[in-house]
Design a protein around this ligand. Structure first.
Ligand code: SF4
Length: 408
């Protein structure tokens, strides 16, 4: 029954992608401080209507083509494009864009789902805080069902632990303020997008001199992850929301290191534009970057959010599920704010977690295999009974494949 519904949704999504074929209007609304060549560059690429490899040579008289026509008509060599962001993976499925792709365009998943890349040790730490230190755990909903070595947070809750679902660190701070008799720990996971709210929570807790609030940090930054994944794909579909915070200078730097990609938005037209730009630029044979989300992403990003992160957090080495420890890819509280660090406050020991050996989340997160290549996909491992984090999170690749794609 589920499959029938999702197929209908996919069909509807395909229709919406087909209808969104025209050159996106967003390209003409680039902010003043957008990266050089951002909107103008994207627009001109589409207006140039380049001819795919193997076809007759381009001429000034070549007809204009839409992003959809460029993507569906691609006849060049096989390309691998990594959807770094889990939301892109889901939206590309949901909008039916995958069904438009020719066989020589391979979309692979990447490490951009914050819950998915959080290692099993972290879940074990949270369970320990909940059961042994009787802390109240405040967390994003997805993390509650991510398996730990022995149990997940839902299991801890069934044993009496207090586990509350919140939307931001600020909710956790407010809960701590209202419940001074409880020790409240916010599970601070996620990338540059979620860190500012966690920093704001610490700022408010420090101002209120709260003694019952702390963060268990597993925050990550994307720059060194891109470097760790260099060579895994021909181009990255960079996450639009991350670069709304960081800006695009990093992506420009990556070009100097031989890494290509485009920042993409989340609508059908934005995603098709981003894919079309990648396919055109790859044929030019040199590293490139384009900002295909200029209505939101600028070259400098959000300086307010960046300043907040810099004031409260400092870089540290960090473990990513599947990728291991990536030097300098994490964020932890600066020494001035260590009273809000749950690991120090509760003197947590170093935990070595163990994930289910059948789970291939690590390979999925590096684009080494598709979710449907995992032997337990859709059988033992389903959204109702997830074996790994990628099937739990609404941004997880396994969840997207199960919901929309099967073995597409
Ligand atoms: Fe892990 Fe399940 Fe995905 Fe397999 S299908 S990689 S077990 S989350």
């Amino acid at each position: 029954m589920k499959e029938t519904v999702t197929n209908k949704e996919a069909a509807a999504g395909t229709q919406s992608a087909l209808q969104a074929a025209a050159v996106p209007s967003e390209a003409s609304t680039a902010p003043q401080d957008a990266a050089p060549g951002a909107a103008a560059g994207t627009q001109s690429i589409l207006q140039e209507a380049p001819v795919p490899s193997g076809a007759a040579k381009a001429s000034a008289a070549a007809p204009k083509r839409s992003a959809r026509e460029i993507v569906t008509g691609y006849q060049g060599p096989k390309v691998r494009i990594m959807e770094v962001c889990g939301t892109h993976t889901h939206e590309i499925f949901r909008l039916g864009i995958r069904r438009l792709l020719p066989p020589n365009v391979d979309l692979i998943s990447g490490p951009g789902c914050p819950v998915c890349v959080t290692p099993v040790d972290y879940i074990d730490e949270a369970v320990m805080l909940a059961l042994e230190h009787h802390a109240t755990i405040c967390t994003f909903g997805d993390l509650v069902r991510v398996p730990g070595s022995k149990m997940n947070l839902a299991g801890a809750r069934s044993q009496g632990a207090k586990v509350k679902v919140v939307y931001t660190g600020l909710d956790a701070y407010l809960y701590a303020k209202d419940h001074p008799e409880e020790q409240v720990v916010f599970l601070s996971v996620g990338f540059e997008t979620t860190v500012p709210a966690a920093c704001l929570a610490v700022k408010k807790a420090a101002a209120d001199k709260l003694k019952n609030f702390s963060l268990l940090t597993a925050n990550k930054t994307m720059d060194n992850a891109y470097r760790a994944l260099k060579g895994f794909a021909d181009a990255f579909l960079y996450p639009g929301h991350v670069h709304a915070i960081t800006g695009t200078r990093l992506c420009e730097e990556m070009v100097k290191e031989g890494v290509s990609g485009v920042v993409a938005g989340f609508t059908a037209s934005e995603l098709l534009t981003a894919l079309a730009v990648i396919l055109i630029k790859l044929q030019e044979g040199k590293p490139f970057f384009e900002n295909c989300y200029p209505r939101v992403v600028t070259r400098d990003g959000s300086k307010t959010a960046q300043a907040l992160i810099k004031k409260f957090m400092e870089p540290c080495d960090n473990e990513w599920r599947g990728l291991g420890i990536i030097p300098g890819s994490g964020l932890r509280l600066r020494p001035a704010y260590q009273e809000f660090d749950a690991r120090l406050k509760f003197q947590l020991p170093k935990i070595q977690g163990h994930s289910n050996p059948a789970c291939r989340c690590g390979d999925v997160l590096q684009g080494k295999c598709k979710p449907s290549d995992c032997k337990v996909f859709g059988k033992v491992c389903t959204p109702e009974h997830p074996v790994g984090a990628c099937m739990v999170s609404h941004e997880g690749a396994c969840s997207a494949y199960y919901q929309y794609g099967g073995n597409i």
